[in-house]
Design a protein around this ligand. Structure first.
Ligand SMILES: NC(=O)c1ccc[n+]([C@@H]2O[C@H](COP(=O)([O-])OP(=O)(O)OC[C@H]3O[C@@H](n4cnc5c(N)ncnc54)[C@H](O)[C@@H]3O)[C@@H](O)[C@H]2O)c1
Ligand SMILES: O=P(O)(O)OC[C@H](O)CO
Length: 328
């Protein structure tokens, strides 16, 4: 795989569009697959994804298509940038894939699988990796400095992906713990809802710092229970993404939490959103996966309870504070 190899990006949301721009900036042709033919044609003609990433212009090296076969033709690898709850359906309708890199952050409802596990359940034995970390799409698209991790068992694949996508401003680290990296990416979306909720409810920044720190402890425990490593949780995919996602309303998960904290119902908070807020579907799925692994995740449980309308943010916080005292 050379640095100028063609790359296919499947999914033309904000992150898929930003990654297509980044892959073109790094050099070489890119095809961006959008599932809606009309939208694909509009992005291709206007060179802007008005719906999901309105301020970023697509370089000439990016071709947009709704034809998956055309998008994948000759690609050295594919970036799968479809939301976690839609990954299975999109993959099921895809022709054979080249090596694939999953970029979604979540846990699938029902099966309780992480995104790479979904891919492997449909395409057993396919070379695969994950790309994750603290990355807001609009900043990566703008070429602002950022770092992420490409994690997978196959060193050759993760090195090739990192070499093909990296630029001076986009620093890619390799990692051999895709489980730990995915647990971080999925759980940070849930913890971000908690972080936003306490801010929205006026419970203060001390409360947010406590939740984010103890949220890191929760995701670290789950990563280890699922076969990952605790130090992965302290890296870009865990602590790094918590720092980015939990600190302000630029995050969709945090902004949803803020709305819930202000007293909105989930339906009110989601109304009018055209972008995905992964923590909503992931919270109960993550909790069920943790329970099956014998791991307690009280903060994620509190988020799931608030999302389900079983308690208010203040009540959830009171319940967390009333838990038996323990050592850190
Ligand atoms: N936006 C970011 O800054 C960012 C950064 C890193 C990772 N991610 C992750 O990338 C993934 C994609 O998020 P995004 O921000 O690009 O999405 P988005 O909110 O910008 O767009 C929604 C996407 O979902 C797709 N979609 C909606 N309904 C669908 C369906 N029924 N079947 C198939 N696809 C459907 C849309 O086509 C679109 O691509 C998520 O897992 C997210 O957590 C996002
Ligand atoms: O806007 P969010 O909360 O979906 O977060 C986007 C990215 O995952 C941040 O790394």
């Amino acid at each position: 795989m050379s640095e100028a190899s063609p790359v296919a990006v499947l999914g033309a949301g904000a992150w898929g569009t930003a990654l297509a721009i980044q892959a073109a900036r790094a050099g070489g042709p890119v095809t961006l697959w959008a599932r809606d033919p009309a939208r694909a044609a509009a992005i291709e003609a206007e060179r802007v994804n008005e719906r999901h990433l309105p301020r970023a212009v697509l370089p000439a090296a990016v071709r947009v298509t709704a034809d998956a076969g055309e998008a994948l033709h000759g690609a050295a690898f594919a970036l799968l940038v479809v939301p976690a709850q839609h990954l299975r359906a999109v993959l099921a309708a895809m022709p054979p894939l080249p090596p694939a890199v999953v970029c979604a952050k979540g846990v699938e409802r029902g099966t309780l699988l992480l995104p790479l596990e979904v891919l492997r359940s449909l395409r057993p034995g396919a070379p695969s990796a994950v790309l994750t970390g603290p990355n807001f799409a609009h900043e990566v698209a703008a070429g602002l400095p950022a770092a992420a991790v490409v994690a997978g068992e196959e060193a050759a694949l993760r090195d090739a992906v990192a070499a093909r996508l990296a630029t001076a401003a986009f620093r890619l680290y390799g990692g051999d713990d895709p489980v730990g990296a995915q647990v971080g990416g999925a759980a940070k979306n849930v913890v971000a809802i908690a972080a936003g909720a306490v801010i929205g409810a006026g419970l203060g920044e001390n409360a947010r710092a406590a939740l984010v720190t103890r949220g890191l402890a929760e995701l670290s425990r789950l990563a280890v229970a699922l076969g990952g490593r605790a130090e992965t949780a302290a890296g870009l995919s865990g602590l790094g993404d918590l720092l980015l996602t939990c600190t302000g309303p630029s995050s969709r998960n945090t902004s949803l939490g803020i709305a819930l904290g202000r007293g909105e119902t989930l339906a009110m908070a989601l109304a009018g959103r055209s972008s995905v807020t992964e923590g909503v579907a992931t919270a109960p799925a993550l909790l069920a996966r943790a329970a099956a692994a014998g791991v307690e995740m009280p903060i994620c449980a509190a988020v799931a309870a608030v999302l389900a309308g079983r308690c208010s943010v203040a009540e959830a916080m009171d319940a967390l504070l009333a838990r038996p005292r323990r050592d850190e």
